[in-house]
Ligand binder design. Sequence first.
Ligand code: PMP
Length: 443
Amino acid sequence: MGVFYKWGAGRDPDHPEIVDAHDSTLVTAGGEEILDAAAGAAVVNLGHSPPGVADAMAEQAERVGYVSTSHFTTPSAESVGETLAAMTPGSLNEAFFVDSGSEAVESAIKLARDYHVARGEPTREAVIGRWASYHGSTLGALSASGNTGRRTTYEPSLRGWPKIAPAYPYRWDHEGPPEEQAVAAAGELERLVRRVGPETVSAFIAEPVGGSSVPATRPHPAYYREIRRICSEYGLLFIADEVMVGFGRTGDAFACGGLGVTPDLMALGKGLSAGYAPISATMVADHVVETLEANDHAFQHGHTYSGNPISTAVADRVLDRYTEDLFAAARRRGRRLEETLEPLVESPIVGEIRRVGLQVGVEFVADRETKTPFDPDADIADRIYDAALEDGVYTYPGGGSVDGRAGDHLMLAPPLTVDDADVTTMGETVVSAVNRVAGEEGY
Ligand code: PMP
């Protein structure tokens, strides 16, 4: 009786009960402290319980706790929309508010469809995605996702949308310097679009820097230059899913900005309120808005809590904290975290340590030469997660679930505000956890 947890009903005895949290620290009911090296799920960019957020919530709740945004707006919704328009790249100038990353992706998928219908191309429907990607749990977002572990049970209910290989240089077998490899990898999209017929394809969706499926993978910028060219040439909208990597995680305000690519639609979540209230947004480029308006085409979509005033008030307060100084500090902290992981470069079970800004992915392999992943039944990433947690550090494990296209890995993505001493403890604890599990495996 009680809460239904991810792995089944009833309280999971392994779930620590968190009663307090501050900065990068979670405090359990038993008084233990856990360092949060994953910022929740790469959410709590400003650390736990930052000053000012509770006041913003209370002030808004006392003024206006709810209005239907089908018929009303609020000062904080307008302010957040304006800030996002200024922060995001290109002409992504309008924000459609929803409540989760999955919903921001759903909205982008449906908006792309609306755009093509408004333009008189109603056969454009498919959303091409990539294997080893995650765009959300709902059926549309999951249809566009290529993380097979998360998809398998629901396959009968998912759209059969095609996929290309992930932007994953470590496992590419393209020849030549990085730029040529990137162009060759992106070329798979062009071949696929030609094969299925551009008149059937609505959009291409990608996490510009890899998140939970293949963390911290960033191809040479030529990859997205080529993706942008292909999308424009064949009339596809490019949807960038920055739910995990937006708002400074990669050391830039948005990963697309760092890569020099401008999407037509962008899904945002997590860092938008840094976890303090549920809110997400789909950013829409001017030409998409103009097409809908010119054809008098209404977007038949929305949720009861879209643009909830308390959530927008929190987001408004949080966005004020995203400064160039914070992003520069995040890059510096990322470099420090990478340095503390240096001993793992020699580990027989570590294939690659990747870092983009303050997001690190450590990929585990059974054989460094052949890059052979571990047998998923060995639960390598989960065991390393457990070992680190035993020593008081929370990390984000993944793997074995992406169809042989990726191995086990650990993602580290502490709050952008994490202090140096905590970075050192996080890194040293992970090194020791990896070494312990490698030892258990007989390496
Ligand atoms: N897209 C990406 C890239 C994500 O990382 C996530 C969540 N991990 C989602 C979408 C879905 O977001 P939510 O869990 O808020 O629905």
